[in-house]
Design a protein around this ligand. Structure first.
Ligand code: IDP
Ligand code: MG
Length: 143
């Protein structure tokens, strides 16, 4: 069996997570799992950046609420690195809907439905190696 390659993934603590003071808890879980951070920055997104970041969701009913939510406050963007980190962070994050996300996951333990048009679910994590490289290039063009 081939050894898994070292991967990178883009993690965002979304505006709800930053506003609720959960940035440290997200970082703690990533680091406690054994992954290393190679970039980290408090950022305010722009409409242009989000249009590219969420290109796959253009036209969906939650698209504009999602963009408005992501512009509602600062986010913490980071790059985490290690074998199978893309899959591992998705497991740490849990399902998209925080009500249904398993206990033990970031969204399951820390998130809930607030009755908004978009699910406020604390974190974003890239979903494939292609997405990860594309998203890291958008958020950290110099890395
Ligand atoms: P993911 O963040 O788990 O990868 P995506 O399907 O990529 O989920 O959706 C991006 C974000 O859009 C989600 O994290 C969530 O904030 C929001 N979202 C996705 N699907 C829905 C929906 O059906 N209703 C409301 N918000 C949604
Ligand atoms: Mg996604």
């Amino acid at each position: 069996m081939n050894a898994p390659a070292i991967e990178r993934t883009l993690v965002l603590v979304k505006p709800d997570g930053v506003a609720r003071g959960l940035t440290g808890e997200v970082i703690r879980r990533v680091e406690a799992k054994g992954y290393r951070l190679t970039a980290l920055e408090l950022r305010t997104a722009t409409p242009e950046l989000l249009a590219e970041h969420y290109a796959e969701h253009h036209g969906k009913p939650f698209y504009q609420p999602l963009v408005d939510f992501m512009l509602s406050g600062p986010v913490v963007a980071m790059v985490a690195e290690g074998q199978r980190v893309i899959e591992a962070f998705r497991v740490l994050a849990g399902a998209t809907d925080p009500t249904a996300a398993a206990a033990g996951t970031i969204r399951g333990d820390l998130g809930r439905d607030w009755g908004a048009k978009v699910q406020q679910n604390i974190v974003h994590g890239s979903d494939s190696p292609q997405s990860a490289e594309r998203e890291i290039a958008l958020w950290f063009p110099s890395s």
